[in-house]
Design a protein around this ligand. Structure first.
Ligand code: GLT
Ligand code: MN
Ligand code: MN
Length: 413
């Protein structure tokens, strides 16, 4: 069989099995959610340290068109995903941005977030907040330029992932100085944003810090969302009110934490502005699998928390379609299945929030059984002993709701 016929047959097989899976939502429903598709996720070719690429490159206009067809209404990008490094801050940048603006408009897609690449190019080998003033002044120009790109494309959010803010060798970097230098760069971006916003008579953007516990450096200076929150309140930022966080689900899981608890800490600080959604494993690498493929129960609980608190920021599909998925598969299987799993989990979260069993159990737990002012530990314990069984019952109920078992099940025996 000719290679092209074989490929066509295989694509038909994938397409047929995908529609047999069912459970997909029409593009109009998908568009109701603030779900964004990153340029870098769609265009990721499957390369890594030990891995050659398995997919061919994709241009931004094509990604935007495919996302629009699926019903993903927002698009996010790094500066260098769309503009080669040596064309940044030149006239060519303006032409490229104009082309992208038109592609977005043509497809009814909006750019929600722009982020700066301050980790890939060799100039960042010793970090964008390293010792050399010329590296830092270049980093500042790059961040200021990201602000310009963001306004130009109508984005409301900027993200900074300082992945090279750390070290391989302890003692080489003086951490407090590096933190100050990093703060100066964020300050420059905020000031630039204020100036541009003033001149255009529009609102400034939301600047969101994203943490990752390791990779590519052995040790990171700001490894967690908690560290970012501390940094925001360190007194080194001139405009802390403009700066929030962009937690990534897997990055919190990677260091062994409970992502939902990390999100709760950002929520109570009023700083949960943007959220990278994906999945993976504890204490391993940043595998960036698609949302809900590994930890659906944990994801259900994350979405219960966010729904209950009225989180209305973006859900950014920051994942990497696996190397085994083809260019065809990226838009036939990878993106639509990620979006649909997310929406289903969101719906199930709504079901859990209004579940009568969970609500009655929670109410009973919160009411307690002992007199409120009692100072008798034994009496309090005895009065609540039977009530606490509800913890396990609620856990059981959540799994039932996740698996649809609350609606009954046919038995095979
Ligand atoms: C990099 C990182 C992601 C960040 C991107 C934003 S870059 O891929 O691992 O989690 O969100 O810069
Ligand atoms: Mn991310
Ligand atoms: Mn990641």
């Amino acid at each position: 069989m000719k290679e092209s016929t074989l490929r066509k047959d295989q694509q038909e097989l994938v397409g047929r099995l995908m529609s047999t899976c069912g459970g997909s939502y029409p593009p109009e429903i998908r568009r109701k959610f603030f779900i964004s598709g990153p340029q870098w996720a769609a265009a990721y070719q499957g390369q890594a340290l030990f891995h050659a690429p398995t997919r061919t490159p994709l241009q931004p206009a094509e990604v935007i068109e495919r996302l629009a067809e699926i019903g993903i209404g927002w698009w996010t990008t790094h500066d260098t995903d769309i503009i080669p490094t040596d064309q940044l801050m030149t006239d060519r940048q303006d032409q490229i941005l104009e082309g992208i603006r038109k592609a977005l408009e043509r497809n009814g897609v909006a750019c929600s977030m722009v982020t700066g690449e301050t980790f890939y190019h060799p100039v960042w080998a010793a970090s964008p907040a390293g010792e050399q003033p010329e590296v830092r002044s270049y980093a500042r120009q790059r961040l200021e330029n990201v602000v310009e790109i963001g306004h130009r494309l109508g984005a409301q959010f900027l993200v900074y992932w300082p992945g090279t803010l750390g070290y391989q060798f302890q003692g080489v970097v003086e951490e407090t100085r590096m933190l100050k230098r990093y703060a100066e760069e964020i300050n420059a971006a905020c000031e630039k944003d204020l100036a541009v916003a003033r001149s255009m008579a529009i609102s400034p953007m939301r600047h969101c810090l994203e943490a990752k516990p390791f990779e590519p450096q052995a040790e990171l200076i700001l490894p967690t969302t908690d560290a970012m929150l501390t940094f925001i309140n360190s007194g080194m930022l001139k405009h802390p009110e403009m700066v929030g966080v962009n937690p990534e689900y897997l990055h919190e899981l990677m260091w062994g934490s409970a992502p939902r608890a990390a999100l709760a800490r950002a929520l109570v600080a009023g700083k949960l502005w943007h959220f990278d959604v994906n999945d993976g494993y504890r204490l391993k690498h940043d595998v960036d699998l698609a949302v809900g493929l590994v930890n659906p129960l944990d994801w259900l609980n994350v979405l219960i928390l966010l729904r209950a608190h009225g989180y209305n920021g973006p859900f950014n599909l920051d994942y990497k379609p696996p190397r085994t998925t083809s260019n065809y598969g990226v838009f036939q299987v990878s993106f639509p299945s990620a979006v649909d799993r997310f929406i289903t989990l969101w719906e199930i979260a709504g079901e859990a929030i209004s579940d009568p069993v969970i609500n009655e159990a929670t109410k009973a737990l919160e009411a307690g059984a002992a007199p409120a002012e009692s100072a008798d530990a034994n009496a309090i314990f005895e009065a609540n002993k039977e009530l606490w069984t509800l913890h396990e019952l609620i856990g059981h109920r959540l799994v039932q709701i996740l698996l649809g078992l609350n609606r009954g099940r046919a038995f095979s025996v």
